[in-house]
Design a protein around this ligand. Structure first.
Ligand SMILES: NC(=O)c1ccc[n+]([C@@H]2O[C@H](COP(=O)([O-])OP(=O)(O)OC[C@H]3O[C@@H](n4cnc5c(N)ncnc54)[C@H](OP(=O)(O)O)[C@@H]3O)[C@@H](O)[C@H]2O)c1
Length: 325
């Protein structure tokens, strides 16, 4: 099969398109003939050996595939050959075939197309787990989304609105913020120009923010937490800026606030029934037209390294997808 390979750790230009044998199938895995693969920030970290998971070399990046099941392992009962599925494989998705753990593989309803599936479910599953399970976001609350025009951020905007929150989107350019507004954001903050804490205090007339969804970290995060409201919840989702923020413990103390970690992979592994129920809810909302990821661009398999470079250059608004076949 054809695959984009990381043979030595490095930047996207070091990736190569090569012939590879089919990946071996374990009893609890599903072999997927990949049609589309979503592009996610962890792909850019994996190839540089900067992520928490360290696949042995050589490997293909690409953590979120949609396609047709080619074969199932001997222990897999709920998925059959020929099923249309979306699967979160972690890596191995920029390839014609990928193996995915069966607990992270979900059969798609017939009316959800494979491109939309590869673009949607990892980000929306993460954002829904964060907002619903970790923050308990309630109607009428104020939600601040940092890195709002990225894949996870756009999902958080749309789900936040669906859950009845007032959504404040924060991003680095006005073009990105316009897209966030089209997605439903009620207020916009350009954090290249404005201090997040001051802007949030203005918007909330001093009350502060109930829930912060943070995929950025660094200085933006350290400013945002200073605007957290009484009993606020700060969701640690990612560090796209490259800097893990540090918070003084007196902030949550004085606000009666919580800092909640969000780790979708761990959740999917440790609470598969709850995760499956979340996925069903998301698929239903997708079928009802209530959620849809913004696709920025579809790249060919050969051009997949460019998708990763565009992500590192902060060019992608919404989600990039690689078309495998
Ligand atoms: N915890 C979990 O389970 C989980 C699940 C999925 C993703 N994540 C994490 O969430 C983060 C976002 O993932 P994503 O796929 O949504 O990525 P994405 O689409 O690239 O969005 C990330 C956003 O971060 C902002 N950013 C700020 N500084 C950046 C920098 N130096 N380089 C690149 N982007 C920068 C960019 O917006 P501006 O240009 O507007 O600042 C960008 O839109 C990643 O850290 C990822 O690992 C975590």
């Amino acid at each position: 099969m054809k695959a984009i390979l990381c043979r030595t750790h490095g930047l996207p230009h070091t990736l190569v398109l090569a012939e590879q044998p089919l990946p071996p199938l374990q009893p609890d895995e599903v072999l997927v003939k990949v049609a589309f693969c979503g592009v996610n920030f962890p792909d850019t970290l994996l190839i540089q050996n900067k992520y928490q998971f360290k696949p042995p070399l050589p490997f293909s990046p690409g953590g979120e595939v949609a396609g047709i099941v080619e074969a199932v392992g001997s222990d897999v009962k709920h998925i059959n050959t020929g099923d249309r599925v979306v699967g979160m494989c972690g890596w191995g998705g920029f390839a014609e075939y990928a193996v995915v753990k069966s607990i992270r593989t979900f059969v798609l309803p017939p009316d959800i197309n494979l491109q939309a599936a590869a673009a949607t479910f990892y980000n929306y599953a993460t954002a829904y787990h964060a907002l619903s399970d970790r923050a308990g976001l309630m109607p009428g609350e104020k939600l601040l989304v940092l890195g709002a025009a990225g894949g996870a951020g756009m999902a958080a905007i749309e789900l936040g609105k669906l859950m009845g929150a007032t959504v404040i989107a924060a991003a680095s350019t006005d073009d990105k913020l316009k897209l966030c507004q089209r997605k439903g954001a009620d207020y916009l903050i350009n954090y290249s120009i404005h201090n997040v804490k001051d802007a949030v205090k203005d918007i909330s007339q001093g009350a502060g923010i109930d829930v912060i969804f943070d995929v950025v970290g660094g200085a933006v995060a350290e400013s945002a937490i200073r605007a957290i409201a009484w009993r606020g919840r700060y969701l640690v989702v990612g560090f796209a800026s490259g800097n893990v923020p540090t918070f003084a413990a007196n902030i949550p103390l004085l606000k009666g606030a919580s800092i909640a970690g969000v780790f979708w992979s761990g959740f999917a592994e440790k609470e598969p029934a709850k995760n499956a129920s979340n996925m069903n809810q998301l698929m239903q909302w997708h079928q009802e037209g209530k959620i849809s990821q913004q696709i920025y661009k579809t790249y060919s398999l050969a051009n997949a390294p460019q998708a990763l470079q565009d992500m590192m250059d902060r060019k992608i608004m919404g989600k990039a997808v690689v078309q495998i076949r």
